[in-house]
Design a binder for this molecule. Structure first.
Ligand SMILES: [Zn+2]
Length: 353
């Protein structure tokens, strides 16, 4: 809008610019410049007052219109099809005002886990959210009909793979082992080690309770070279856990306990427990009064798994592990229920901001 009076034009321009920067838009009407113009009216010559006052009221109306329009825009965010290409949504999405947005605690901890392994010389890779049975089972030494396949309560799709078998939402990050080994074979031949960790999301058809969730995170680790033995596996995991819990431990040493276990894709296989960092093995509610916490499964990579990736198991050996990240984080912060992570409860999430 154009105004005849130059002072009103000047203030109008100033207030239009200020409007964009105001957090509370209605504060625009309290501007001292506007009040000063109103205060001027009684000082004007009688014949000028009506014109000046009229324009001033027009300016006030313009500002009111601006404020109302911005409130309507904030209340009526455009419906947005998030699956559509960007230009289908005619305007840019309006961002809701926020002063407390933060990274999800699991995302932040995954970054910490990746950072520690990165400093230990591991490459970081990603998993996928749908995979085939070949990578979920066959390459991991679960041939067709192997009873251990039933131990994995997987989600399957109606769609089938090239072998006519349903696709799977991976139940563990180990589905990536064959790809990591195949891709790293050339490195081995150049005398380097394959050293990769894969932190990503996995899915199980679980009965949900405080310790079981249908969607959770694992960090897979794979290390292959010449002369790798189980002592290196234990040392690697111990070093990682010592660093991950360094703040909780305050300089104390973690104890680890390695018990024999069974997995088709490692031989020998172990269950890896660490001394409870909260009670120093005395027993507390976080460790179920056992003093130890079973954290992950691991072992020496089965020769059949190496062979499936074209690596000669008589020349190279390696170890692998799969560790539940949710469990690590729950222990670190004393979180009592795994379901909090996927609940989108703000009162839970804000404790980590
Ligand atoms: Zn304890």
């Amino acid at each position: 809008m154009n105004y005849q009076n130059s002072r009103i034009t000047e203030v109008a321009e100033l207030l239009r610019q200020r409007f964009a920067t105001l957090e509370v838009k209605a504060d625009l009407l309290k501007a001292v410049e506007l009040k000063a113009l109103y205060a001027e009216i009684p000082t004007l010559a009688a014949e000028d007052r009506a014109a000046f006052g009229g324009e001033l009221n027009q300016l006030k109306q313009e500002l009111l219109d601006l404020i109302n329009a911005s409130q309507e825009a904030a209340e009526a965010l455009p419906a947005l099809d998030v699956t559509a290409p960007f230009d289908i949504n005619s305007s840019r999405p309006q961002l809701l005002p926020t002063t407390s947005g933060t990274v999800h605690p699991l995302t932040r901890e995954i970054q910490r886990v990746a950072d520690i392994f990165g400093r230990m010389g591991f490459e970081i890779s990603e998993s996928r959210e749908i995979d085939d049975q070949y990578h979920m089972f066959e390459t991991l030494n679960f041939p067709k009909g192997h009873p251990a396949r039933d131990d994995y309560d997987t989600f399957m799709t109606v769609q089938t793979d090239k072998d006519g078998e349903p696709l799977i939402a991976p139940a563990h990050t180990s589905t990536m082992q064959n790809r990591v080994l195949t891709a790293g074979k050339a490195k081995l031949e150049q005398g380097e080690a394959i050293a990769v960790v894969i932190p990503d999301r996995v899915f199980r058809n679980e009965d949900l309770d405080a310790r079981h969730e249908h969607t959770f995170y694992q960090v897979e680790g794979v290390y292959v070279a010449k002369g790798v033995h189980a002592g290196m596996l234990v040392a690697t995991l111990q070093t990682f856990l010592q660093e991950y819990y360094s703040e909780t431990l305050g300089g104390k040493e973690l104890d680890v306990r390695v018990n024999p276990f069974y997995f088709p894709f490692t031989e020998p296989s172990f269950e890896f427990a660490l001394s409870c960092p909260f009670c120093d093995k005395k027993g507390c509610n976080i460790c179920s009064y056992e003093g130890w916490i079973e954290l992950l499964g691991c072992g020496m990579i089965h020769p059949n798994v190496l062979t499936a990736a074209g690596i000669d198991p008589t020349v190279y050996t390696g170890f692998a592990w799969g560790c539940g990240i949710d469990r690590l984080v729950m222990m670190k912060y004393g979180i009592e229920d795994v379901r909090h992570f996927e609940s989108a409860k703000l009162e839970f999430l804000r404790q980590f901001s």
